[in-house]
Design a protein around this ligand. Structure first.
Ligand SMILES: Nc1ncnc2c1ncn2[C@@H]1O[C@H](COP(=O)(O)OP(=O)(O)OP(=O)(O)O)[C@@H](O)[C@H]1O
Length: 249
């Protein structure tokens, strides 16, 4: 379980997070939305140790995360994707997965490792449906396949909590659908937090949504509750039209 209490992040006097409380039980697929600058990425940065909060607590699986280094938080089972790609284009799909899997391991185990594909890599390939492309260079993947590879790289690190930043951005309709199914499958045995703007995607795949606004949790609930809430409609007015949550299909 992930639990944030009264988390504050201040950049040069500006409150990027202003008292965030958030509880995500184990095995939940939680979506995080909010207008530009609401604090979504900052929230992920705080959980993963990239940004240290000025106040508040972040607990995960019985551990206090505040003050820990990023790699220590990875070892506790927290993994994230970034908006920018971390895939090595000149390596194959399986080599990228293998490299990602080795990040969490101590050096001695790498030195002793047998040749061949580890169980974690095998599993990541199967889950993301990339088996057929395992030996292809990552540089030739389509945009969607590359995003799945990044999710696979995260899975290969065997995290318990996955934080995904806009995983369906730029994907085709069909790729978005597959990604939605993939996230639902992953959430069967992981806790997953997804930052996503695409309301149509949320309607199809989200059960619980947290809306951030000006560094605070504005509303939390089902997609229907959230999109029907006048406060949510108000904060999205005049912003990116694609974010207009009042639109109905
Ligand atoms: N390192 C930083 N230094 C100063 N200000 C920052 C820093 N990081 C973020 N901010 C500011 O904090 C606020 C929240 O930013 P954040 O990136 O968390 O928002 P977001 O909800 O992820 O937005 P977006 O949808 O645009 O990605 C913004 O006003 C941003 O300009």
């Amino acid at each position: 379980m992930l639990e944030l209490r009264d988390v504050q992040v201040v950049f040069d006097g500006f409150r990027a997070l202003d008292g965030v409380d958030l509880t995500v039980p184990e095995g939940e697929l939680r979506f995080l939305i909010g207008p530009n600058g609401a604090g979504k990425t900052t929230l992920i940065d705080v959980i993963t140790g990239l940004t240290r909060p000025a106040a508040g607590s972040v607990r995960f699986g019985g551990h206090d995360l505040v003050g820990r280094k990023e790699h220590q938080i990875v070892r506790l089972g927290v993994g994230r994707t970034f908006q920018t790609s971390v895939v090595f284009e000149e390596l194959t799909v399986v080599e990228n997965l293998d490299l990602a899997a080795s990040f969490r391991k101590p050096l001695w185990s790498l030195a002793r490792r047998r040749r061949g594909v580890t169980e974690a890599v095998e599993e990541a390939l199967a889950r993301t449906g990339l088996e057929e492309l395992a030996e292809r260079s990552a540089g030739v993947l389509s945009h969607g396949q590359r995003q799945w590879l990044e999710i696979g790289m995260l899975l290969a690190q065997r995290p318990r909590l996955l934080l995904l930043d806009e995983p369906v951005a730029g994907m085709s309709r069909e790729e978005r659908e597959r990604t939605g199914e993939l996230l639902t499958q992953i959430a069967a045995d992981h806790t997953v937090i997804v930052v996503e703007h695409d309301m149509e995607f949320l309607r199809r795949h989200a059960s619980k949504v947290t809306v951030l606004h000006e560094g605070k949790v504005l509303v939390e609930g089902s997609v229907d509750q959230v999109s029907g809430d006048p406060r949510v409609q108000e904060v999205y007015l005049g912003r990116r039209p694609s974010d207009a949550v009042s639109e109905r299909p």
